[in-house]
Design a protein around this ligand. Sequence first.
Ligand SMILES: NC(=O)c1ccc[n+]([C@@H]2O[C@H](COP(=O)([O-])OP(=O)(O)OC[C@H]3O[C@@H](n4cnc5c(N)ncnc54)[C@H](OP(=O)(O)O)[C@@H]3O)[C@@H](O)[C@H]2O)c1
Length: 254
Amino acid sequence: MTLRVFITGGSSGIGFELARQYLESGAIVGITSRDASRLEYFGQRWPDRAVLLKADVRNMVSMKQAAALFLSLHGVPDLVYANAGISIGNLTWQEQDVPVFEEILDTNVTGMVRTFQPYIAAMRQRGEGKLVGIASIAGFRGLPGASAYSASKAAAICYLEGLRAELYDSGIRVITICPGYVDTPMTSENPYPMPFLVPVAKAASGIIRSVETGRLRYTFPWQMRGIGMLLRMLPDRLHAFLFSRAPHKPRRGD
Ligand SMILES: NC(=O)c1ccc[n+]([C@@H]2O[C@H](COP(=O)([O-])OP(=O)(O)OC[C@H]3O[C@@H](n4cnc5c(N)ncnc54)[C@H](OP(=O)(O)O)[C@@H]3O)[C@@H](O)[C@H]2O)c1
């Protein structure tokens, strides 16, 4: 049986590479972007197996339409990836950053909910399926200058935990992916060193392998997994002191 996969944010970075690798392996892949012209590469190379979908994870109607089209063409997907996400610096005392905070939370957290929601009834009926959320090690502790992003990824991790328990007896597996730094357009503008930066193709192949095994959480690379565990144990005062001089993610317009 041909694997069927649905991926949000397939126009760039991790989502693009996940889609490419699944298509290379023979899968049928539904790929979303807010601008369908950014998905032409897939349509040209795999016209019969790449389903190109214009959709915005901030808009429930558009996510329902994208899911309905995929379901009508290929049936219930085996895997649904909530990958689309944004990262922009923010500072709470800057009033113009408040809408940025809202945009990040809405895209990275509620966008995940809007991605999974249209598929859950059909997956439940089938008694199987995997829902994969791309969170981040940035969700382990608050990062200065990127508190909205950290908060969104911490929320995503907790959301996925809650969903996993809700679907415990349904046959649906909920999988949390926590990458460290991955070399994509999201990180290319970061004006600070990014330890253990992972090439995007390696990140995607690791995610695909891990999802195949069915493990519930995959944090990579292993060096950052270790650093993340240490960060979680830091007392609050020490965390604040150590991070007080950390460089910041650029804000919109910087
Ligand atoms: N790169 C890293 O180091 C890293 C580390 C940890 C976690 N992550 C997470 O991995 C995921 C992918 O990141 P990336 O590095 O691959 O970023 P990226 O290269 O900037 O790609 C982001 C993707 O998200 C899509 N997107 C953004 N807003 C959207 C919206 N409202 N509706 C639909 N799609 C939207 C974009 O598509 P369009 O603009 O075409 O719509 C694009 O395809 C994100 O959730 C990110 O937080 C990344």
